[in-house]
Structure formats: structure tokens, C-alpha cells
Design a protein around this ligand. Structure first.
Ligand code: HEM
Length: 387
């Protein structure tokens, strides 16, 4: 998409697309302003005419995931986020490091060397297991948990109406199964508290507020949706950046280039989340364009991150780039709650790979982009590893 972004930044940085009935925003400063101004650019889909009917399930209710911070504006947002924020601070997350490393090593032990798909062997399963472990999903249920995750991230095959209907039914079915599962897990933890996130969110209270049952279920689903495919793609995208530069893997091993700095650059250069959606609450002017109230706006993070007005050599991967004010985790009110966890996971998984394997090379292959309008990555990333 990067050539298209460049063209749009130059020629129509804020534009209305009549086909999609949406506004697109491409420049860094404009994207930042959209994300900064939530009183004008709402995250609540209920503000979009007709949207609530569209997402309603068979009982006419939106799935619980819409009752979460991601889809709420302040002050509601602050209540929903405040209750769980403490568990995602860098210090709290750092305590998970040993367990994440153990999990990673277990998956790497299963790799016998030779040719492997980085996505299915490591980059996908580790983040799902980490979330399951943090929440307190019993080990025996992890396989089921992964299957739900697979379904939730599935893209519709919109070729026929029947296929589309089948897809929607499967999504609803999964949402319903998950809701049921989490409701039972919450019940069990109420009776018998454990040292896990489910217990913590049951007990958490901010300014006298606790999460409702539905909000708790929604939050569990949100973690699964927001925290997995994104992290998977960060890991794979980063490895693609690293292997494309001769000598970089060695520089990362010796520390001549800091791994954490290179991960930030991978986040900028190949952002797992390319776009965010907002709805205008009143008419707003942006780069000379008047966007009326009640319109959908797509803020292109992936384009903002390549804006030459902000980044030198914006279209180059510069492994030791600093500073690096990318917008890959969003900006402002909804800044990614899981950013410290995503960074920690990426650092542990990538450093484990670098330490264990003497050589890591991409296998000549036709990389298939993920079929999604806003997630950026590849379906499979075959690599050859030598111990
Ligand atoms: C929000 C990206 C990993 C949980 C966001 C947003 C972005 C983002 C761009 C802003 C959404 C918006 O403004 O509408 C990413 C990327 C990740 C990642 C690129 C990995 C590389 C994670 C992980 C978790 C997580 C691991 C949790 C375990 C969340 C939550 C929000 C969020 C709960 C909503 C925050 C709010 O609405 O206040 N993420 N994310 N993310 N992310 Fe992440």
C-alpha cells in the first residue's frame, strides 16, 4: 500500500471516497489530530448511523466486545480502561517475562531445524498462549481458545451471499461460545479466586466502579482480538525487515544495533495495524477539507509512519533510527494498552530466535499478504534455520 500512501499524501491527503462512503486521512499531523481529538472523532460505533443494526447478533444485541474501552469515548472510556490499566503497566508486564521465555523455548524446542513457517510455529501460538496464561484460561482449554482466535481473525469470503452468511453465523457462534465460556470462568473465579487476570478484573474497582459481567466478557474477547494477530504480525514483519538487510542479524546478536530500537523501526516501517476508524461528531476541518458530522473517517497509521515531513529516509528501514515517533500503537486516549506486552513478547521471541539459530534465512516464496483492509502482514513466512 506504500506507493498508494505516498501518492495520496502528496495529492489528496484528506479525501472522501464515494465507493466506501468514508473519509481517508494520510498525513502524519492529520492522523495525529484525528486520534488526539476524541470529542470530534469518536470511537463509539453507536455514533455512526445504522452501525448498531449492522453488528447486532441474532438476538438484536451487539457482541460484548463493543462494550469495551476500544469502542468507548471519555468519560466512559476512562472508567473501562482505568479498571484494568494497572495490570498492563510495564512493571506489571515485566513480571511475565520468565513465563513468556519458557513458552517461547518450548515452541522452539519443537522446531527441528531446516525449513519452518515462522507464523504457525512461533509468531502465532506464543502470543495466544500468553494471553490465555495471563487471563487464567486452564491449559487444557488452550487449544479451544486458539480455535476461537482463529475464527475471530478469519476474513470473510464474500464471493457469494451464502458464504458470507455462513461466515457471519460462524462468527456469531464463536462469540456466543466465548461469552458462555468466560461467564463460567468468571463464576468459577468468584467462588475461588486465583492469581490471574480474570480474578483481578472481578475485584478491580476504580472510583467505586467495577466492571459489569458483560463488560468483563467483552474485555476478555478484546484481549484475544486486539492482542494476538497484531503481535504475530509484529514478530513476522520484524523478521522480514531484519533478514532483508545483510549483516543486521549479526549486529543484533552482538548488540551493535539494539534489538528494541530495531523493533520500533519494524513497527514504523511495516505497521501491523495500518488504519484506525473514527466517526465525526460534528463538522470538522482537516487540511482544508470540511468533513461533515456523522461521517466515517479512516486514519492511515501506515501512511503517517512513512510521512517524509516527519521521518528522514521515510521509505527506508533504518534499524537504529532514533527518535522514532511512529503511530503504530495509536496515539492519545486509546494508545494501545498492550504496547508494553507486545514489545516484551517481540523482544523475547526475536532474541530467542537470534540466540538459538546461527543462521536464519528467508526461503524463496510467494508471500501472501493477509486478507485484511487494516492488518498488515503475511499469511506464512517460511524461513530456514540452522542451529
Ligand atoms: C489499542 C495496536 C498489541 C490491547 C490499540 C490501538 C492500536 C493498537 C493502534 C489503538 C486503537 C484505537 O485508537 O482505536 C497494537 C499493535 C500491537 C498491539 C500494533 C502489537 C504489535 C496489543 C496487545 C494487547 C493489546 C498484546 C493486549 C494484551 C489493546 C487494547 C486497546 C488497544 C485493550 C484499546 C485501548 C483503548 O481503547 O484505550 N492497539 N496493539 N494490544 N490495544 Fe493494542
Amino acid at each position: 500500500p506504500f506507493d498508494w500512501y505516498r501518492e495520496m499524501r502528496a495529492e489528496s491527503p484528506v479525501r472522501y471516497d464515494a465507493d466506501r462512503e468514508l473519509w481517508d486521512v494520510f498525513r502524519y499531523e492529520d492522523v495525529k489530530r484525528v486520534l488526539n481529538t476524541d470529542e470530534r472523532f469518536s470511537s463509539d460505533p453507536a455514533t455512526m448511523p445504522g452501525f448498531e443494526e449492522e453488528i447486532a447478533d441474532s438476538e438484536g444485541e451487539p457482541p460484548p466486545v463493543f462494550d469495551t474501552m476500544l469502542f468507548a469515548d471519555p468519560p466512559e472510556h476512562n472508567r473501562l480502561r482505568g479498571v484494568v490499566e494497572g495490570f498492563f503497566q510495564p512493571r506489571a508486564i515485566a513480571e511475565q517475562a520468565d513465563r513468556i521465555r519458557e513458552l517461547t523455548e518450548e515452541y522452539l524446542d519443537d522446531i527441528k531445524g531446516g525449513e519452518v513457517d515462522l507464523v504457525s510455529e512461533v509468531a502465532y501460538p506464543v502470543p495466544v498462549d500468553v494471553i490465555a496464561m495471563m487471563l487464567g484460561v486452564p491449559t487444557d482449554d488452550r487449544a479451544q481458545f486458539k480455535r476461537w482466535s482463529d475464527t475471530l481473525i478469519e476474513r470473510p469470503n464474500a464471493k457469494t451471499e451464502a458464504a458470507m452468511e455462513e461466515f457471519q453465523q460462524r462468527q456469531q457462534q464463536t462469540q456466543a461460545e466465548m461469552s458462555q465460556y468466560f461467564a463460567e470462568l468468571i463464576e468459577a473465579r468468584r467462588a475461588e479466586p486465583q492469581d490471574d487476570l480474570i480474578t483481578a478484573i472481578i475485584e478491580a474497582e476504580v472510583d467505586g466502579h467495577r466492571l459489569s459481567e458483560r463488560e468483563m466478557v467483552g474485555f476478555c474477547t478484546l484481549l484475544l482480538v486486539a492482542g494476538n494477530i497484531t503481535t504475530t504480525n509484529l514478530i513476522t514483519n520484524a523478521m522480514r525487515c531484519f533478514t532483508a538487510q545483510p549483516g543486521l542479524l549479526d549486529d543484533l546478536r552482538t548488540g551493535d544495533v539494539k534489538l528494541s530500537t530495531a523493533i520500533e523501526e519494524a513497527l514504523r516501517y511495516r505497521s501491523p495495524v495500518q488504519a484506525l476508524f473514527r466517526v465525526t461528531t460534528e463538522s470538522v476541518e482537516l487540511s482544508g477539507q470540511e468533513i461533515p458530522a456523522g461521517e466515517g473517517v479512516v486514519a492511515w497509521l501506515g501512511s503517517a509512519n512513512r510521512d517524509g515531513d516527519v521521518f528522514d529516509r521515510a521509505d527506508e528501514f533504518v534499524a537504529d533510527r532514533r527518535p522514532n515517533q511512529h503511530l503504530s500503537f495509536g496515539h492519545g486516549t486509546h494508545y494501545c494498552l498492550g504496547a508494553p506486552l507486545a514489545r516484551l513478547e517481540a523482544e523475547i521471541i526475536l532474541s530467542s530466535l537470534l540466540e538459538r539459530y546461527e543462521a536464519i534465512e528467508p526461503v524463496e516464496a510467494d508471500l501472501q499478504p493477509i486478507r485484511s483492509s487494516f492488518i498488515y502482514g503475511v499469511e506464512e513466512y517460511p524461513i530456514r534455520v540452522i542451529e
